[in-house]
Every structure is written in structure tokens, then in C-alpha cells.
Design a protein around this ligand. Structure first.
Ligand code: AMP
Length: 281
């Protein structure tokens, strides 16, 4: 396993491998790796000859300076976690390497980057599109792996590769959870013990909402989820929306066509957690 810091070098390596007929899988991450990230790596290992994992905390996608400052950084530990999985290359650039000059690009993905995370984290998806497009240029892989935990991010990235004509296949992967249901997240490391003990209410409520939905309208289900979570003094719902899987437009009635996904963001003290669940009623 080689750790590469230079864009030019990783690009050369990937192109050389592909010239020799190898399929390359790419897993972009911000590090502080957990089993969710590792499941993406396993999928890439299964599908491809070569797997590249990037580790880079991207400043342009953080709308909250404190969140960026406090984001866990533990490259040595991450390298140790990836070694037994036989990852071929880790790409761990510096900020100067990724942004030799400020990235002024704007993107427009219609509704996809305006709702939910887009509405509550101004500039977040602009930053995501900036870094992922740069990473895709540095690592022109055959496939790239993203977690369904960041459901809206997957929709935005799929729209981005279509818009920019990037020939990388986007592979969404299932959410990995703790035994108590809490979706794994690098931010979970920052929860104190009381917050950690209460955080599983997010997913247990999402699961129960599928039962509740059998006999209730979308709006009542939405309100029920928010009030159930907010009844816990450690948790505060920022939004819970039931949206169409493809358009991310809010669904008004269960009778509407298309698959529906409930997406939630919850503030747990200073920490903001997101999760989602499918409603296939
Ligand atoms: P991050 O390091 O948080 O930017 O995440 C890197 C990738 O890992 C993204 O595609 C995330 O969606 C994915 N990921 C994060 N947490 C999980 C999880 N619990 N299950 C599956 N994938 C995840």
C-alpha cells in the first residue's frame, strides 16, 4: 500500500494501470475511518483490480468553521485500518495540492442541491462538487463508491458526473450502523456519553415511522418523527423530509409514484448528525 500526496503522481499511476487493462475503484473520504468507510473499500475491492482511497478534509464543503476545526484528523490510524484490506493506494494530499488557487466554480444541480442539506448548509454542495470533480480528475477511476448515509450527496454526485460528462460509474453503498442502530459517522467520535446514549433514538424513530406511516398521512408522519425526537432533551431535529428518491422533491401523498426516502438532520449538542430511511409502502 502506497501513500501518494501528489495529484500528478496518482493520476499517472491510475492511467498506467488502466492502460494495462486494470479496472480502478475509488473511495473518496475525509478520514477518521470507520466500518462504513471500510464497507465502501470492500465493495471496491470486490469489483475492481485496483482500489484507491482518498483522505482529505475538504475545507470548501464546511459552512461551519468550528465543525472544520474540530473534524477528527488521524491519518496514521487510517493507514493502519486500510493496510489489512489490501488497499493499493491512499491519496492524502495537502490543501495546497488540491487548491493551488481558490476554486471559484459554481454549480447548479436544480432542486438536488437546494433542499435539505443544501438549504441548511449553504455552500456545502458547491464545496462537495468542487472537491469531488477535482478528485475525479486526479483519479480518473472506472467506478467510485459513495455511502447512502449521505443520500443527497449521492444524488448530487450522480448529477455532477452527468453534467460534466465524467466517465466514472457512481456506486451507492448501504448504510453501516452500530448495533444500536446509530449510523456510523466520523462525527460520532465527538458525542459525549449522554449524547451517544440518546443518539440511537434517531434511527429507532425512523424505523417506527414506517409503521406509523401505514395509517397516517405524510405530513402527520413528518410531524410525528420531529416531535418524537424533539421530546428527547439531547436531540433537536433540524429537518425531516420525505422525498422522492430521484428528484428529492417533497412527496405530498403516499399514493404518489416513485420510491420515497425519509431524510433527517438532528442536532445533538454541537454535533450535527444525518440519517435516512426508505419508505417502500
Ligand atoms: P466522509 O468521510 O464522511 O466524507 O464519508 C466518506 C464516504 O463514506 C461517503 O461516501 C459517505 O457517505 C460514506 N459513509 C460515511 N458513513 C457511512 C456509513 N455509516 N455507512 C456507509 N457509508 C458511509
Amino acid at each position: 500500500m502506497q501513500v501518494i500526496k501528489s495529484v500528478a503522481e496518482i493520476r499517472e499511476i491510475v492511467k498506467e494501470k488502466q492502460k494495462n487493462g486494470k479496472m480502478v475503484g475509488f473511495v473518496p473520504t475525509m478520514g477518521a475511518l470507520h466500518k462504513g468507510h471500510l464497507s465502501l473499500v470492500s465493495s471496491s475491492k470486490k469489483d475492481n483490480d485496483i482500489t484507491v482511497v482518498s483522505i482529505f478534509v475538504n475545507p470548501t464543503q464546511f459552512n461551519d468553521k468550528e465543525d472544520l476545526k474540530n473534524y477528527p484528523r488521524m491519518l496514521d490510524n487510517d493507514i493502519q485500518l486500510l493496510a489489512p484490506l489490501n488497499v493499493d493506494f491512499i491519496f492524502a494530499p495537502t490543501e495546497e495540492e488540491m487548491y493551488p488557487e481558490p476554486d471559484e466554480r459554481d454549480f447548479d444541480f436544480g432542486n438536488l442541491d437546494k433542499v435539505m442539506e443544501g438549504a441548511h448548509r449553504p455552500g456545502h454542495f458547491r464545496g462537495v462538487a468542487q472537491i469531488v470533480s477535482k478528485l475525479f480528475a486526479a483519479i480518473p477511476a472506472n467506478r467510485a463508491y459513495f455511502g447512502d448515509k449521505d443520500f443527497q450527496q449521492v444524488a448530487v454526485i450522480k448529477a455532477m458526473v452527468k453534467q460534466l460528462d465524467i466517465p466514472i460509474k457512481i456506486i451507492p453503498c448501504p448504510i453501516v450502523r452500530e448495533e444500536d442502530g446509530l449510523a456510523l459517522s466520523s462525527r460520532n467520535l465527538r458525542l459525549n456519553s449522554t449524547q451517544r446514549a440518546n443518539a440511537p433514538l434517531i434511527y429507532s424513530t425512523l424505523k417506527m415511522s414506517r409503521e406509523f406511516a401505514q395509517n397516517n398521512t405524510i405530513e402527520d408522519t413528518r410531524k410525528w418523527v420531529c416531535s418524537t425526537i424533539d421530546a428527547n432533551s439531547e436531540l433537536k431535529t433540524e429537518y425531516f423530509e420525505i422525498v422522492d428518491e430521484n428528484t428529492l422533491c417533497p412527496v405530498k401523498s403516499w399514493e404518489e409514484q416513485g420510491n420515497k426516502v425519509g431524510c433527517i438532520a438532528v442536532q445533538v449538542g454541537e454535533i450535527r448528525l444525518i440519517d435516512n430511511i426508505r419508505f417502500n409502502l
